[in-house]
Design a protein around this ligand. Structure first.
Ligand code: NAD
Ligand code: ZN
Ligand code: ZN
Length: 343
C-alpha cells in the first residue's frame, strides 16, 4: 500500500510503498477513509522532536474495521470508527480515566500515538494497538468525522475546562481560525453564550470566522492596533478567556495584553511563543494553561455534538498522493478549515 512517511526532521514527507500490516493478537486493523492534515505535522517535519525512525504520518484518522487480531473484541468488520490519537500506557490512573493525552508514563512510551512516532493513518490501512483506542462514529461519515479526532477534540478539551469562566457577560478571544480554530468557534457557539472575538492574519479566515458566528473579527497582523481594537470591544473587564491556536510570540503577547484580571489564557498552538511573567502581566488571577489534545470520553462527547448537528468540520478533500502539496498549502495558510486525505 502507499503511505505518506516522515523520514527525518528537516526533510519533506515522502510517498512510499509499504507492506500492508496484519494485526497481531490484541491489535485492530482499520481501513482508513479519511486522514486529517494537522499543522502539528509541520512542526514535526521541521523541528527535531526526538523521532529517530521513519513512520507513516496522520494522527487524525477515521475509517472502518478491516480485521481484528486474536483476542481483540467489541467490534466487527465494517464498523465505522474513529481512532483516538494520543496513545498512553492504558494502565496508569490518568489513562484509566480515558485521559491518555496526559498518561503518567508518557516519557517511557516511544511514540505519542499513531502518526506521531509510529505508523499513522496516511495510508490505506492503519494498525491500532488496542481496541480501547477506537470510538464508534454512529451515523457519521468517517471522511467528515476524521477532523473530530484532533481539530475538534483539542479545542473541545480546552473550552470545556474554561466553561466556569465562559459566562453570558464574558468576552472570548480565539486566535487562529484554521483547522482547530474553526472548530473552536462552533464549539463555543454550541456550548456558551459568551461573546466571541476571532483574530487571524488572513482576511479569508476572518470571513470564515464571521460565518461561524464570531461577533467580531480582528486582523492581528499589527499587534498594537489589534490590542487596542480588542480592548475597545471587551471594555473594562477585558478578555475573560483567550484561546491561542497559533502560540507564536506575537499571539501570546497579544493575549496577555488584552486579558482582564481573573481570566484564563489557554495556549494551544505550538509555534514556540513564551508567556513572560511580570507583576500583574498576565493580570492578577489569570490561569495560564497548556491543554494538550483530549480524553477519549471527551472525544465521544465531540462525536455526539457532530451527530446532533451542532458542529461540522469544513473539509477540503485530497487524494493521498497530493499530501506533499497539501502540507505546502497548509504552511502557506491556504487551507480552508481542514484538509482531509482520502487513501
Ligand atoms: P492551521 O494551519 O490549520 O491554522 C492556523 C491558523 O492560524 C491559520 O488560519 C493562520 O492564518 C493563522 N495564523 C498563523 N499565524 C498567525 C499569527 N501570527 N496571528 C494570527 N493568526 C495566525 O493550524 P491547526 O492545524 O489549526 O493548528 C494550530 C496550532 O495548534 C498548531 O501550532 C498546531 O501544532 C497546534 N496543535 C496543538 C494541539 C495541542 O494539543 N496542544 C493539537 C493540535 C494542534
Ligand atoms: Zn494534530
Ligand atoms: Zn498511562
Amino acid at each position: 500500500m502507499k503511505a505518506i512517511r516522515f523520514i527525518a526532521a528537516g526533510r519533506p514527507p515522502e510517498l512510499i510503498d509499504v507492506k500492508t500490516p496484519t494485526p497481531a493478537p490484541g491489535e485492530v486493523l482499520v481501513k482508513i477513509a479519511g486522514a486529517g492534515v494537522c499543522h502539528s505535522d509541520i512542526h514535526v517535519l521541521d523541528h527535531d522532536m526526538g523521532f529517530k525512525n521513519a513512520f507513516t504520518l496522520g494522527h487524525e484518522n477515521a475509517g472502518y474495521i478491516a480485521a481484528l487480531g486474536e483476542g481483540a473484541t467489541g467490534w466487527k468488520e465494517g464498523d465505522a470508527v474513529g481512532v483516538y490519537g494520543p496513545w498512553g500506557c492504558g494502565r496508569c490512573h490518568t489513562c484509566q480515566t480515558s485521559a491518555e493525552n496526559y498518561c503518567e508514563n508518557h516519557a517511557r512510551i516511544p511514540s505519542f500515538g499513531g502518526g506521531l512516532g509510529c505508523d499513522g493513518g496516511m495510508a490505506q490501512y492503519m494498525l491500532v494497538p488496542s481496541a480501547r483506542l477506537l470510538v464508534p462514529l454512529g451515523k457519521l461519515d468517517p471522511i467528515e468525522a476524521a477532523p473530530l479526532m484532533d481539530a475538534a477534540l483539542t479545542p473541545y478539551h480546552a473550552i470545556k475546562a474554561a466553561l466556569p469562566k465562559l459566562t453570558p457577560d464574558a468576552t472570548v478571544l480565539v486566535i487562529g481560525v484554521g483547522g482547530l480554530g474553526h472548530m473552536a468557534l462552533q464549539i463555543l457557539r454550541a456550548m456558551t453564550p459568551a461573546r466571541v472575538i476571532a483574530g487571524d492574519i488572513d482576511a479569508a479566515k476572518l470571513d470564515h470566522a464571521r460565518k461561524l458566528g464570531a461577533a467580531h473579527t480582528i486582523n492581528t497582523r499589527d499587534g498594537e492596533a489589534a490590542a487596542e481594537a480588542i480592548k475597545k470591544i471587551a471594555g473594562p473587564r477585558g478578555i475573560t478567556v483567550a484561546f491561542d491556536f497559533v502560540g507564536a510570540q506575537a499571539t501570546v503577547d497579544l493575549c496577555v495584553r488584552v486579558l482582564g484580571r481573573n481570566s484564563r489564557l489557554a495556549v494551544v498552538g505550538l509555534a514556540g511563543g513564551v508567556v513572560h511573567y511580570a507583576a500583574n502581566s498576565p493580570p492578577y488571577g489569570t490561569d495560564v494553561c497548556v491543554p494538550y489534545w483530549g480524553s477519549r470520553t471527551e472525544l465521544m462527547e465531540v462525536i455526539a455534538m457532530a451527530e446532533s448537528g451542532h458542529i461540522k468540520a469544513d473539509i477540503e478533500r485530497f487524494p493521498l498522493e497530493k499530501a506533499v502539496e497539501v502540507y505546502q498549502r497548509l504552511r502557506e495558510g491556504k487551507i480552508h478549515g481542514r484538509a482531509v486525505l482520502l487513501p
